[in-house]
Design a binder for this molecule. Sequence first.
Ligand code: URA
Length: 438
Amino acid sequence: MLPQWIIEKKRDGQALSVDEIRSFFEGYGSGAIPDYQAAAMAMAIYFRGMTFDEIAALTDVMMKSGDLLDTSRLKQPTVDKHSTGGIGDKVSLILAPLVACRGVAVPMISGRGLGITGGTLDKIESIPGYRTDLQPDEFLRVIEACGCSIIGQTARLAPVDKKLYALRDVTATVPSIPLITASIMSKKLAENTQALVLDVKWGSGAFMKTLDEARNLARTMVEVGDRMGRRMAAVLTDMNQPLGRTVGNAVEVEESIRALRGEGAQDLMEVTLVLGALMLVLTGRAESEAAARRELEGALRSGEALARFRRMVELHGGDPRVVDDPRRLPAAATALPVPAPAAGVIEAADADGIGRACAILGAGRARVEDRVDHAVGLRDLRKVGERVGKGDPLAVVLARNEADARRAAERIVASVRIGDGQGIVDRPLIVERVLGKG
Ligand code: URA
């Protein structure tokens, strides 16, 4: 079948067969099908959508276009977590060592930040010496030694997704649930874990701006994971204000270390413990979420989770002394408190606006090839519901220079609404769980 006939079929709203999907996207991967035909196909999928069977087939082709991790030598049940991305989301840094304390193995392949959303890889690379480019054998050795490892994507991880994502980015076809699902799941399923927990965020600082879109994405990803034989769960979480009290890279590592000491912000710990509990239940390491949560809290209290994190850093060539002395992390030249323009209650702290303030500072990247500045960001961010006096700091901006700090501070003031508290929109942090069949 000619590629244009397959495009035509999708353009006219028909479902493609597994063979058609395979021949088209394998052809794209090999170069036999050019970008212009793949772009037309992406646009047809954007408008016409795909059935679950089609999405599962596309996920499978993209996953198998690269290497699959051979996890068979790991003795413990394997599990990972993926977040669709947000502002101040440092959960992976806490979660991987924490759940590893309860006898699961976590091979976590993470991404970099893009736009205003941060990436775990950029955060962890702010630890001096930490290597994220481990080859599969070394990756597995680190997991055998400490139960978890956080590394970056190699060129051999789902290369067809990489090629297609770059094309979608410049053809306005990124926001398509079938394409997003196949993109995310092809990379996560290539890790070959038995279970996968998804944190699908909704809100101003998330990819999915509405709860309905996030729910649809969560259900689609869980369904595809189910079909591909993984134990799946997703949690819908609120991303209308940043998670925790820091946004940036090194500063988020520092907050994660405090969280591993048991001193984490309430919202950050809630999301971490809910996801962690699901990871233990799905892998059969706990009978219920309540029991799992108690065990995870115990691992935080005993210092075991922090010790695992330190060990992971050491095994990656990073400086483990950052755990006891965060001054060893990159530090910004300027720290500027942002005074509250009025007294009152914080009614909103818009995640999108605060993410943009951090982008001004250089904490994120506009293009894939940009470098992030690990030292800049925000700390001591005030949360919705907290009372401030006029002139009290809303946050402390960490910047390269005074001019950047002032520009970011203006953005923060514009993103925070202070009132009498009546204007707070009461939104649950954890909206709902979507459980797979396994
Ligand atoms: N993240 C991905 O990896 N792929 C998408 O399509 C969107 C977000």
